[in-house]
Design a protein around this ligand. Sequence first.
Ligand code: FDP
Length: 313
Amino acid sequence: MYREAGKTKFQINLRQHLRDQNLSGNFIHLICEIAEASKYVVNSIRTGDLGVAGTSNLYGEEQVPLDVLSDRIMRKRLMHSGVVGTIASEKTDEIVTISSNPHGLFSVVYDSLDGSPLVDLNLAVGTIVGIYQGNDLLQPGRNMVGAMYILYGPRVSLVYSAGKGVFEFTMNQLMEFDLSRDNIQMSPTADIYAPGGLRAKYSPEHDQVINYLEERGAKLRYSGGFVADINHVLLKGKGIFMYPALRDAPQGKLRLIFESNPMAFLVEQAGGAATDGLRPILDIVPESLDQRSPIYIGCKDDVEKAAEFLNAG
Ligand code: FDP
């Protein structure tokens, strides 16, 4: 976590860490640009909107809803980064081509403010990002070259993987990201479970998964924000998050490309697993940008056990 220089210990910042990982200059630039954008998102969350979207402020400027503002912040940063050929945002659901020659460039999918309704309740929200090489966004998540999220909680943290482990950085007083957790690893079984959706709409098979976890002594922990809930499961290392198929929503709620894939990439990198009940989330070939999928994600043995229950039905 720290670098020794004589007797002084220095924090390792994000850029230094990325250089130490021997990642390409373009990739480092991209991650750092997203980290920069997040500082403006933090500022908007802390000071902007406050439930007054649609009204004007003291200076007659119309207040922009936070989810729109954060989307603009992220989009602008990516478009001007010079290393991104294609973007797609959960907010607009359209593919934006920045460069028609994708050679050497990345395509980026993102949800700039997941859980945005929670901001007015002062609960944690986050940004989710998936990164591919080239310009094809409708490919399995396994082809991603990197994924990350930024959690805006009591602290701001950035968790990323470029396929060489999972690392957490925390924003310091200077709004720089310092390495705070090295090579995050998950245990095989969960102590906590985070269950999305309405219990009355669960299938009997999913009920069995819940009962199994409860009987094993796992405690329910659910914030209602995907990023905070995944962060809890991943950093505790002993958890499982589930957003199942519901009776009136057989594909569940969460978006495969914008939400589930980046998180599945991170959790697999930490030794966990993610399934839709039938196959690993990362192996699903998306047919559309807005495709949804049920998800069971977290400790490997429990994800496998959940799939067993679901398939026994
Ligand atoms: P939200 O609709 O509030 O943006 O991404 C969708 C999401 O939040 C996730 O952050 C969260 O995990 C989920 O929906 C919560 O859904 P339920 O309220 O149905 O549990």
